[in-house]
Design a protein around this ligand. Structure first.
Ligand SMILES: [Zn+2]
Length: 345
């Protein structure tokens, strides 16, 4: 790094501290009122503010319902929150596997939310692949991959743009999970998955994820949660798949995510939740370069699931001062391409 680069980062650090003390709008308003906007640091704040308002977010990861007892987030509440945070559209992810949520959040509820807010809320659908066995003689109520395809096709016709949140207590490439990937691939819907030490389980290096990426090279697989994001670092252990990293902690070279994203263009990363946030915040220099390097394969997300939830992603991404084309891609462009959405702007 050059000295100039270091100086710019130091100035940005000062600016970030200033903007933390005042809200963004208070800061810009007070700077404009007092005429200090002619100072260099204020000019940067003003242009960052304009950029933020210009590129509206598409949130790839939200939930409606009462994930926590008494803390229900309704579709109307979610849309009000989106209005406050420049989130133009949001994906509603159902959670139905027994390991996924205390109370199931259904695909039907996601579709109903879309019908109530058709221009704002995008429904995904999910089926737990244990709805079928892998025994062709005794599949149960769902006839293997064919049965899963029928279910997903009905959801697609009802407006669903993807499959997820896929969050089962199986190994990532367990036979039933592979059935679900095969069905999603056949129907043409991307799949957003949770990966940690107890859901869609994999091990350091992510060999089971790689098996799915390799088997279905045209199926977009969007990764989320502690185990997926621990794999940004070459020193990830199985224990680290079940917890969040210390802030700060250096990212070791040779992480599975860079290797897999380089090899498989169908792998995407969902920046939501503490997993996505801390993977970047633990080592912001690496994190910024990772985002720029993988800007075609990353998606903005929050994982908001209850009222008054603190979302760290807004401030974190602002603090990185990303190039505008990178912001566009990760805030909305990649979601538009992947989910085949209309550009509303
Ligand atoms: Zn989630």
């Amino acid at each position: 790094m050059t000295q100039i680069g270091g100086r710019i980062r130091a100035e940005q650090g000062d600016l970030n501290m200033t903007t933390r003390l005042l809200s963004r709008r208070q800061f810009v308003a007070s700077a404009a009122a007092t005429g200090v906007a002619t100072l260099g640091f204020c000019r940067r704040a003003t242009s960052a503010d304009e950029t933020r308002r210009k590129i509206k977010y598409i949130d790839i990861h939200t939930h409606i319902g009462a994930f926590y007892y008494g803390r229900e987030l309704t579709a109307d509440m979610l849309v009000r929150w989106m209005d406050q945070h420049d989130v133009e559209r949001a994906v509603i992810l159902p959670l139905i596997s027994p390991e996924a949520a205390p109370i199931p959040q259904t695909t039907q509820a996601a579709i109903a939310a879309h019908k109530a807010h058709p221009t704002r809320l995008i429904p995904f659908c999910i089926v737990d692949p244990r709805a079928t066995t892998t025994n062709p003689k005794r599949y149960g109520h769902v006839a293997g991959v064919k049965g899963l395809i029928q279910i997903l096709e009905r959801y697609k016709e009802a407006g669903c743009k993807g499959v997820g949140e896929h969050k089962t207590g199986l190994f990532f490439d367990a036979p039933q999970n592979m059935y679900l990937y095969e069905a999603s691939n056949a129907v043409g819907l991307p799949i957003l998955f949770h990966l940690d030490d107890i859901r869609n389980i994999d091990t350091p290096g992510l060999p089971r994820l790689e098996n799915a990426l390799k088997t279905f090279p045209k199926l977009p697989l969007i990764g989320h949660a502690a185990g997926f994001w621990a794999s940004i670092s070459g020193d990830a252990t199985f224990e680290s798949f079940g917890r969040y990293p210390k802030i700060p902690s250096t990212v070791a070279p040779g992480g599975a995510l860079d290797r897999l994203m380089e090899t498989y263009s169908n792998l995407y990363g969902d920046l939501s939740a503490p997993g996505g946030e801390k993977a970047i915040a633990r080592d912001p220099t690496f994190g910024r370069e990772f985002i720029i390097r993988r800007s075609d394969q990353l998606l903005f997300g929050t994982d908001i699931l209850m009222p008054d939830q603190k979302i760290a992603q807004f401030e974190l991404l602002d603090s990185l001062d990303l190039p505008e084309d990178v912001q566009y891609k990760i805030y909305r462009g990649n979601a538009i391409r992947l989910l085949q959405l209309d550009e509303l702007d």
